[in-house]
Ligand binder design. Sequence first.
Ligand code: IPD
Ligand code: CA
Ligand code: CA
Length: 262
Amino acid sequence: MNWEHIDECARKWLKEAGVRIRETFEQQLTVQMKSNRKDLVTNVDKETEQFFIERIKETFPEHRVLGEEGFGDDVGALDGVVWIIDPIDGTMNFIHQQRNFAISIGVFHDGIGQLGYIYDVVHDELYYAQKGKGAFLNGRPLPRLQPVEISEAIISLNTTWVIENARIDPSVLAPLVKAVRGTRSYGSAALEMAYVATGRLDAYITMRLSPWDFAGGLVIVEEVGGIVTNVYGEPLQLLGQNSVLVAKPGLHEQIVTKYIRK
Ligand code: IPD
Ligand code: CA
Ligand code: CA
């Protein structure tokens, strides 16, 4: 497999898609609700996914695509090369703020993440990694993550998980919120994973993500020595929904063993 060529194409298409997305800032968006009023999609999400699928299919006809908006293939197993694409991660931010969103792409081969991309379109910041070759931000290598004390950690989590919810007893995460130095919530799982990879955050915790939310981030975070599992420390199901805990080594183990219980 010529990963260098695939990587070159992916980066070129990300930049092109970024230009197109920035151009839409002057235009009227078409916003639709999906499952509920908090689950949104716009014409730009759909057009961006189609943009990638057209190019991938033209250049690599044997590759398959799993895309959030459903324009790709019906992917039931991860054999061969599969691109997992979230055309806009942080759609609510895209609509309300025109920032704090990203394009997220993971390229997998027989279930192993080989390439990961998170493109912060507004800041023109491209986080990317190739398995075994390190992770980069706009060409600058990202250093390996260093351990941090929980009392000095900044973790990112959505307040949904510390009030009554269907997925975790709020009393489980409340002590963790007390123990850390600070909490943040950016509303884009992909950016939050990129921020862990760069050390801006020490951990990110959430109770439900889909494959396209974490596929790109998984490759990038693992390349800098970060750990990505579900909140119970188990491997992620790449084709299903998962809780997700992304953290520096050491901190990851402490969160799982001292704070989270099933
Ligand atoms: C969402 C964002 C958000 C996370 C949600 C995701 P979308 O993705 O990543 O931060 O909390 O679970 O669905 O819908 O904006 O692509
Ligand atoms: Ca998403
Ligand atoms: Ca999305």
